[in-house]
Design a protein around this ligand. Structure first.
Ligand SMILES: Nc1nc2c(c(=O)[nH]1)N(C=O)[C@@H](CNc1ccc(C(=O)N[C@@H](CCC(=O)O)C(=O)O)cc1)CN2
Ligand SMILES: Nc1ncnc2c1ncn2[C@@H]1O[C@H](COP(=O)(O)OP(=O)(O)OP(=O)(O)O)[C@@H](O)[C@H]1O
Length: 186
């Protein structure tokens, strides 16, 4: 691991602490960010949407999942797979059918016949965003950078105050993939 990765490790540790301290504000901002998401043409056009089950330090995704299903959109959730791959599987609002991964995130059960790796829209999680360049940094396993390298549809991210940076405070790398559209709280 080079100096660059050590810098990322240090930034992540500090940023996750900050997210924990500011989780009440992030939860409070989630409703507004979600309403702004609904105004985008990317959302309105999408017939299938990939998102996540959020943890308490992330933007709350529950409302957008409920609305997508109400609108007849297919909702897909990632299941983490070997070799840091993700498989996106449909979710129909049955939270009790999800299985908590060893990382603590509820995931759908794997069914090869149901996998959909080409959703119209991917709502991408992260821990911080460079709002000028639309770069992001995640929890550090590289799942989204790997997935997005082979995905060519629309991407958006919901950015609460705690994740908003005018310039990256972490090193950018060759494999980093920029988000098409950031939704910022105002
Ligand atoms: N809510 C939510 N769901 C999400 C993500 C996210 O950021 N937010 N992900 C965004 O990517 C994926 C899961 N991300 C993960 C990120 C790190 C580790 C992790 O560090 N796991 C092991 C180490 C295993 C390894 O190194 O391969 C650990 O628990 O120590 C696991 C999952 C898919 N689901
Ligand atoms: N497209 C890729 N192909 C192969 N390895 C990759 C790719 N993208 C990222 N990686 C590797 O994954 C690891 C984590 O990457 P990085 O530090 O960028 O994570 P991150 O931005 O926190 O992850 P994520 O995108 O999942 O949220 C690094 O070792 C990186 O080299």
């Amino acid at each position: 691991m080079g100096a660059t990765n050590l810098d990322k490790v240090a930034f992540r540790k500090q940023q996750i602490q900050k997210m924990t301290q500011m989780q009440a504000q992030t939860q409070a901002e989630s409703a507004q960010l979600t309403q702004q998401l609904f105004q985008t043409s990317a959302w309105q056009k999408a017939r299938s949407i990939a998102t996540t089950i959020s943890s308490p330090i992330e933007v709350n995704t529950r409302q957008l999942i409920t609305q997508a299903l109400k609108d007849g959109k297919q909702v897909l959730l990632p299941k983490t797979m070997p070799h840091r791959q993700m498989a996106f599987l449909p979710f129909d609002d049955q939270y009790d059918r999800l299985v908590v991964s060893k990382f603590g995130i509820p995931e759908p059960a794997y069914d090869a016949a149901l996998v959909n790796q080409t959703p119209d829209l991917v709502i991408v999680p992260a821990i911080a965003f460079d709002c000028q360049t639309r770069n992001r940094i995640g929890f550090g396993a590289g799942y989204y950078d790997r997935f997005l390298a082979g995905y060519h549809g629309a991407t958006v991210a919901l950015v609460p105050t705690v994740m908003k940076y005018d310039a990256a405070q972490w090193p950018l790398e060759e494999h980093d993939i920029k988000i098409n559209q950031l939704i910022l709280c105002h």
